[in-house]
Ligand binder design. Structure first.
Ligand code: G16
Ligand code: MG
Length: 220
């Protein structure tokens, strides 16, 4: 029986990807590693440090910086990003998400957040959604980021539920892999191709339908 829903943040509840892109792109220009939106797709759902590593690799500069320098670069990006996300308001909640969250609560489901972002709580606050979530997994507490299952396992545990009693909602392939690895039913948001590993998927958040999810979850 479905008792909880564990959400990814970026790309599912709101679209912070554009802000991440702008902040990383600014940093990329400073260190002479230009990249486009297509490359940015590879950074979705990936932690801050892992994102920096991928950017450095993209520019052939994996070994150009010490750990301290890399930490300074990641901080520079984050300072920039934190300024950008101050602009976020409840109007930035993705289509249909508020209704879906209301439906979940009305059905007595517990809600959790499993975002790789250390800025998750601040973003939920700006969206006016803090009170919807019983728990937020602290990504700093994890040994391994997505695609490792740890973040979704921790989310279920914090809700006091088994993975089988939860569904996870994700837009990134690494995120779907994390949910599946946790032994949880996965709901993808994206294209049929990018979400081919998900137990079910919708193309748009506006199509998230709790009744359909409950039905599909009970049949698995
Ligand atoms: C998000 C984004 C990633 C970002 C990560 C860490 O993941 O998709 O691009 O690198 O969080 O964010 P921060 O630098 O704020 O800690 P998710 O899991 O919400 O999709
Ligand atoms: Mg995401």
């Amino acid at each position: 029986v479905l008792k909880g829903v564990i959400f990814d943040l970026d790309g599912v509840i709101t679209d912070t990807a554009e802000f991440h892109f702008r902040a990383w792109q600014d940093l990329g220009e400073k260190i002479a590693i230009p990249f486009d939106r297509e490359f940015n797709e590879k950074l979705k759902g990936i932690s801050r440090m892992d994102s920096l590593e991928r950017i450095l690799e993209h520019g052939g500069k994996n070994n150009a910086y010490t750990i301290e320098e890399k930490e300074a670069l990641a901080k520079e990006k984050n300072d920039d990003y934190v300024e950008l996300i101050k602009e976020i308001t409840p109007a930035d909640i993705l289509p249909g998400v508020k209704k879906f969250l209301d439906d979940c609560l009305a059905a007595g489901l517990k809600l959790g957040l499993a975002s790789a972002s250390k800025n998750g709580p601040a973003i939920l606050e700006n969206l006016g959604l803090t009170d919807y979530f019983e728990i937020v997994v602290d990504p700093a507490s994890l040994a391994n980021g997505k695609p490792d299952p740890e973040i979704f396992l921790k989310g279920a545990e914090m809700l006091g539920l088994t993975p089988a009693e939860c569904v996870g909602v994700e837009d990134a392939e690494a995120g779907v892999e994390s949910i599946n690895g946790a032994g949880m039913f996965s709901v993808g948001v994206g294209t049929a191709d990018s979400m081919k590993e998900a137990d079910m998927f919708v193309e748009n958040t506006a199509d998230l339908d709790l009744e359909a999810i409950i039905k599909a979850h009970s049949g698995k």
